[in-house]
Design a protein around this ligand. Sequence first.
Ligand SMILES: *Cc1c(COP(=O)(O)O)cnc(C)c1O
Length: 225
Amino acid sequence: MTLSARLSAIDERIADAARRAGRDPGEITRIVVTKFHPASLVRELHELGVTDVGENRQQETTAKRAALDGLGVRWHFIGQAQTNKAAAIRRDADVVHSVDRVKLADALHRADVDGDPLDVLVQVNLTEDTGRGGSALGDAEALTEHVLSLPSLRLRGVMAVAPLDEEPSRAFARLRDVADRVRALAPAATWISAGMTGDFEAAIDAGATHLRIGSAITGPRPDRG
Ligand SMILES: *Cc1c(COP(=O)(O)O)cnc(C)c1O
């Protein structure tokens, strides 16, 4: 299958899942995760009408953005972020999905150079493994309050990755609950970033507004993926 055919097939599945859930497919943003693929793939996707791409490493994001200078796509940073990379991430990403601790929020805020607010999401960890990215579920509201206190960050919602060893719909139900609690503090924070190649239909069912889909569209990742 060509890239174009894979993209259309996924978009059809997204639309079908949305309709089954009684949702408008138009309210769902499909982010194509291009990590480990060359910048030329982002250009091809853009030619096919893709407006939103996802990357999980700062250096790769910076390199691709430079290689594709001025290409009109939104860059979503979805990876675990080191505090010392915050300035580069802020410069090169349009949205940061992975704000999972106060220190990172502070570093992103301090890196503001132009007064344009940065869109961010609070990432929550749906597993018991504290080594995984994301704030503990019980800390999400405190982190939300902290992000709201930083005027250069605009909180858009919550993000999570479903655990491998659990039914995704159960994990996404917990995410939805956190999303509700965050929205009670920040009514404008309506985004739910969830759903990957293996579980995006369950995520749509649970209210996801932003899907992060990689390999089903791009094909397998070269190495490291
Ligand atoms: C790689 C990645 C994805 C996409 O994964 P696929 O299974 O290839 O769709 C989504 N979210 C995050 C955080 C990722 O790192």
